[in-house]
Design a protein around this ligand. Sequence first.
Ligand SMILES: Nc1nc2c(c(=O)[nH]1)N[C@H]1C(S)=C(S)[C@@H](COP(=O)(O)O)O[C@H]1N2
Ligand SMILES: [Mo]
Length: 319
Amino acid sequence: MAAIRVPRGWEFPEREATPEHVYWNRRRFLTTLGTAAIGASGFFRHAAAADSPFPAKRNPKYQLDRPITAEGPVTHYNNFYEFTEKKEVWKLVDRFKTEPWTIKISGRVEKPQTLDLDKLRHWIPLEERLYRHRCVEAWAMAVPWTGIPLKALIELAEPKADARYVRLVSFFRPNQAPNQKEPQWTETEQGSRKWYPWPYYEALTMAEAMNELTFVATGIYGHELPKQNGAPLRLVVPWKYGFKSIKSIVRIELTSKKPGTFWNDFAPLGNDWFANVNPAIPHPEWSQATEKLIDTGEVRPTVLYNGYGSFVAHLYEKG
Ligand SMILES: Nc1nc2c(c(=O)[nH]1)N[C@H]1C(S)=C(S)[C@@H](COP(=O)(O)O)O[C@H]1N2
Ligand SMILES: [Mo]
């Protein structure tokens, strides 16, 4: 269902000419206007679809150590290379069709599934969680996601005993995602020129995938995910660098062998397979000791596992 379009404060054209820090500071003044606009579009959507799962109840277990990042920056400063290698993904997503959407769960499972996302949202109750989000590029934000634990999806398919990894795959639609069109070549950090191995793919160990933190989001800030944030369904693994949190998932495959991952295969230096946030391991081109909040510009020390050690450190301790 299409949302009713309400112009938002941050879409005013003068932003093009505004230096970034001034723009984001001014954006904070506009929050009131933005919230009112979202509230209105939300109201009409819900009136038309009485069974809307939004907004979902917040799960109080997951607490932040910083304010929630303003919505404008979170939805207008994105990494989504299928569309562009620049941050302004939101300008290029119009042709991307996220409805209808099905997700296949296959591989080492008793009951392979083809799930219709629209139905799924109503079968499994959604919850909201506040998570820190840290990109390998050393910027960070704090986001209210709406979704379900990945575990709930995996359990629908009944994993076999030899399932050891979970591989997740994004869409391949060159006609809808301009940066998937060939021929376009890019320079890797290692100096060789090669084309991205679309579609984007990621993987977790089974224990990581079943961890309570591992989340799949269909929403953000109390409404559906915008396309630039990975609609209609994206992974959220908050103790890992953002590239693990694969967007717009079409396939989930349980495997017994370790699958490759997009960034680790393409440019392994700085893009570790596990990619756990770690201030002590620098990227080859920059330190990971600190991170910069995208809305305020505040610089904070990076925390091991992005501060989620109490949930996940046991996964990596040698026994
Ligand atoms: N399919 C796909 N998923 C992706 C990416 C991508 O380019 N394609 N970029 C990743 C990176 S590097 C980050 S930091 C996060 C960014 O998520 P956000 O734009 O919602 O903040 O998405 C990740 N998921
Ligand atoms: Mo990232």
